[in-house]
Design a binder for this molecule. Structure first.
Ligand code: ATP
Length: 764
């Protein structure tokens, strides 16, 4: 026994909590009309997840909640709880007891609970279907629905059988898979459409990005070239500046020196203008020398003449004297002798008084002279006068000669002076001539050197101005580069040029590189610049970002599409598998049911035949749950609304014993009830649910059939617990527990466990 109890609280007429325990195979619920028996059956349907309010005999969810009665306030919620014994794990849940509960509130909100934990309806349905308790309610036969299985169409019947066979779980899975498949295919279409939508944009962005990447590449190349070019240019300019100043400085110094030299030479040459006056001086001195020489010649001639006259006069005197020396013993005048003696005495007196020897010596000389003069005077001959005259003449001549001599000496000294003056002037002029020549030479040399220096300086200056131009160009290019490729272009100082093998070049190699090479590089860079400007892709980063994001999105969509296609494939496979499983199990199940059906039927009717037939029926409208149509649609085949579809279902074929009539339509009410019961029992026996509720299924049976019904119930109760709502005495007699339901004046249903006899009374 699996079903332990039902607890009904606030549901329909059960305004108060009522509990029915079912610890026997057959329980019966009896009571007068309108006491609330069917509400118990509906409480089962409700708790098992029935979604149709209508089938619970209500219009709104509110109709399910106890509406109150006289002295009984209305309930705010209706709750029904079923308690199962799960020791045998009929439910796939690891509890020995399973309580399934449903609550509905006045605001129509509904709750499901398994062992007190809130769950979804889906969880309840899954849990129940695992225990052969289907949502179609095949195990709950409501009042007046005994022949429901006969009245329903082939599809409904098929669903009921599927449910009873426990195939509902597969069907649900299939339906869910189809829904998922539809959703997946819809998603696939959406994703494909999204991808189609963004594809042109991606293509556009890709082209833009390619352009931008090319531009970046060009910029990168240009930056590298700039680094090489700028560094080389800077080094070249630096070096060239140094080398120009190195060459220029000595030239400037030299030029200054030459200027000085030139000034000096000019000064020298300016001095030479006084040369003519000096030449005049020379001529003048020459004239004077000539003059003095002729004066000298005259003087010499006069002197010679005078010397000749003197010497002839001297010879004359000599002859006279020789004549005089022949005279001896000459008498001298005493007075003269005394006079001489006096003179000598005077001298001697002076000498005695004077101690100075030199004065004494002088005095001796004077004495000697006095004596000689006295002698000489006395020697004079009678021609003394002639001689004296001659001597006078000689003296005269000598005086004249001395005069000439003095003049000659003067002339000589003048001549010497003039000669010196002359030679000084001469040498001065010569000297001046030399220095002029030197100055002139220097002038030529200086001018030549100055020209040479000027030429060199001009060369250097033009190199300088070229260099200035280069420097200006470099600055301009640096500015341009920073605008075109950004500040990274200006980091060329961190870079040192290398050769093709990446080996750093020497400074010498850099500065000695032919300028043409730099020019060529510049030319190439110019070309790149033009191409860059032509490319003119603005907002590069944004475009790249957008392209990245869009392609990422596309990749994501592609991946998602792949996943969706995969899941669509696996859903299709699953659906096919489920379809196959359903077909096979359904077929097998129907075969098994048919065996039981036949048995129950012939037991009921004492013969005859009854069976379920799998049939296909044409129908006009496509069925949502039909796998074939769903698949066809998914595969892109459109299904026209008016196209006929075949639907598989179950038909019932009956043939009563001893009667020619066949088919359900021909059965009486009782026969229909019996056939239904036979089928229900057959179904229940093939795949027994834990419990079956039969609400007055036996109402239409006569006594004989009620007995047969009762026997079948007993047989069936071996497989499933039975809860029978009945007025039938025969049925009641087979119940282990009988619950009486009553309703007082307050409109509240009440329960009481009663004995069979009481039950018979209550039922009446
Ligand atoms: P019968 O033997 O005639 O089939 P029954 O015992 O099966 O009768 P039910 O049909 O179960 O009786 O009960 C019907 C009673 O339940 C009615 O009296 C109805 O007024 C009452 N009822 C139904 N819904 C509510 C509700 N929401 N609140 C209160 N009473 C309700």
């Amino acid at each position: 026994m699996y079903l332990k109890s039902i607890e009904i609280s606030g549901f329909k007429s059960f305004g108060k909590k009522s509990v029915l325990d079912f610890n026997v195979p057959i329980s019966a619920i009896v009571g007068p009309n309108g006491s609330g028996k069917s509400n118990v059956a509906e409480a089962f349907s409700f708790v098992l997840g029935e979604q149709s309010i209508k089938s619970l005999r209500g219009k709104r969810a509110e109709d399910l909640i106890f509406n109150g009665g006289k002295d009984a306030p209305r309930s705010n919620r209706a709750s029904v709880k079923l308690v199962f014994n799960n020791v045998q794990r009929i439910f796939n849940i690891d509890f020995d007891e399973v309580a399934i509960e449903r609550v509905v509130n006045r605001d129509s909100s509904s709750e499901y609970l398994i062992n007190g934990s809130a769950v979804r309806l889906k969880d309840i349905v899954e849990l129940l279907s695992g225990a052969h308790i289907g949502a179609s309610g095949h195990q709950i036969i409501s009042q007046g629905e005994a022949d429901k299985v006969l009245n329903s169409n082939i599809r409904e019947r098929r669903e009921m059988i599927e449910d009873a066979l426990g195939l509902k779980i597969y069907q649900n899975k299939k339906d869910e898979s189809i829904r998922k498949l539809e959703k997946t295919e819809e998603n696939i279409k959406q994703v494909e459409s999204l991808r189609r939508e963004i594809a042109p944009h991606i293509r556009f962005l890709k082209k833009q990005v390619e352009k931008i990447e090319k531009m970046f590449e060009m910029k990168e190349n240009l930056t590298k070239m700039y680094h090489d070019y700028f560094r080389r240019e800077e080094e070249y300019i630096k070096f060239e500046k140094q080398s120009i100043s190195f060459e220029k400085n000595p030239l400037v110094a030299e030029s200054h020196n030459l200027e000085k030299e030139l000034a000096e030479a000019k000064q020298v040459l300016a001095k030479s203008s006084s040369k003519d006056s000096r030449s005049d001086d020379v001529i003048k001195v020459e004239g004077k020398i000539k003059e003095i020489r002729s004066v000298k010649d005259g003087l010499m001639r006069n002197m010679g003449r005078l010397e000749g006259e003197i010497s002839s006069l001297l010879r004359l005197i000599k002859k006279q004297n020789e004549a005089n020396s022949a005279m001896s013993k000459k008498t001298v005048n005493l007075f003269e002798v005394e006079n001489v003696s006096k003179q000598i005495d005077l001298e001697i007196a002076d000498a005695t008084e004077d101690a100075d020897i030199s004065k004494i010596k002088q005095i001796f000389v004077s004495i000697k002279k006095i004596l000689r003069d006295f002698i000489e005077k006395n020697k004079e001959s009678e021609d003394k006068e002639a001689i004296a005259e001659l001597e006078i003449e000689i003296k005269k001549l000598e005086t004249e000669k001395n005069g000439y001599d003095t003049k000659l000496k003067e002339a000589n000294s003048l001549e010497t002076e003039l000669s010196e003056q002359y030679s000084y002037l001469k040498s001065d002029i010569e000297k001046e001539k030399d220095s002029n020549r030197d100055a002139e030479k220097a002038l030529f040399r200086i001018v030549a050197e100055q020209n040479e220096i000027r030429g060199k300086l001009n060369g250097l200056n033009s190199r300088e101005s070229v260099l200035k131009h280069n420097e200006d160009e470099l600055n301009r290019e640096l500015q341009e580069a920073s605008v075109l490729v950004g500040v990274s272009a200006l980091r060329y100082k961190d870079f040192w040029p290398t050769n093709a093998d990446g080996i750093a070049l020497s400074l010498d190699q850099i500065v000695k590189e032919p300028r043409q090479v730099q020019e060529e590089k510049k030319h190439v860079m110019e070309k790149i610049k033009i191409r860059l400007e032509d490319a003119g892709v603005s907002g590069g980063d944004d475009v790249v970002k957008e392209y990245k994001e869009t392609t990422e999105r596309d990749t994501f969509l592609e991946r998602e599409l792949g996943d969706l296609i995969k899941s669509s494939e696996s859903l299709k496979n699953l659906i096919t598998e489920l379809e196959e499983k359903l077909t096979t199990e359904f077929k097998n199940g129907v075969e098994k049911i048919n065996i039981q059906f036949q048995q129950f039927f012939s037991a009921m009717f004492g013969g005859g035949s009854a069976s379920l037939l799998v049939v296909k029926e044409k129908k006009k409208k496509k069925s949502d749950t039909d796998i074939n149509s769903a698949m066809a649609e998914l595969e892109g085949d459109e299904i026209k609304e008016d196209e006929e579809e075949s639907e598989e279902g179950l038909d019932i074929e009956v043939s009563l014993p001893k009667k020619k009539t066949k088919g359900l339509m021909m059965l009486s009410g009782g026969e229909r009830a019996l056939t239904s019961i036979a089928l229900l029992f057959a179904i229940s026996q093939v795949n027994p649910p834990p419990f079956i509720i039969l609400d007055e299924t036996d109402a239409a049976l006569d006594e004989a059939n009620s007995r047969k019904y009762g026997e079948m119930i007993s047989a069936l109760s071996k497989y499933s617990q039975l809860i029978l709502i009945t007025h039938n005495r025969e049925t009641m007699a087979r119940a282990g527990i009988i619950y009486g339901v009553t309703m007082g004046s307050d409109g509240v249903s009440r329960l009481l466990s009663i004995q069979f006899e009481e039950a018979v009374q209550v039922a009446k």
